[in-house]
Design a protein around this ligand. Structure first.
Ligand code: ZN
Length: 108
């Protein structure tokens, strides 16, 4: 028994399979419709993911504006206003930075 190469075998099988699949015309129509449905579903999914992702990002970005409403304090050295969390506190006084804290302490 003489065996042809495996590649040739596969090619012959592929050809037969392809012939069987392309014979009914409705098969192509159904598959293209399925492709279209999958495409639409994929787009909807992508849109939904993007939307939920953006909502998550929006929620994440909301805290800063709320944080911007935190107490503003005034540097006793230069008079600049800054959020309390960014200021330095010494003896109940606020400073915009270590430099001004030192300057104020030096001046008394
Ligand atoms: Zn200052």
């Amino acid at each position: 028994m003489v065996r042809v190469s495996r590649a040739a075998d596969n090619r012959a099988l592929d050809g037969r399979r392809r012939l069987r699949q392309t014979r009914p015309i409705y098969f192509f129509r159904v598959s293209s419709l399925a492709k279209l449905i999958f495409l639409v579903l994929g787009l909807l999914l992508a849109y939904w993911i993007l939307k939920s992702y953006r909502r998550k990002v929006d929620r994440k970005e909301q805290p800063p504006p709320a944080g911007g409403e935190e107490d503003m304090v005034r540097c006793v050295q230069c008079g600049v206003h800054l959020p309390r969390s960014e200021s330095l506190t010494a003896g109940g006084k606020y400073f915009c930075g270590a430099e001004h804290q030192r300057l104020h302490q030096k001046s008394g």
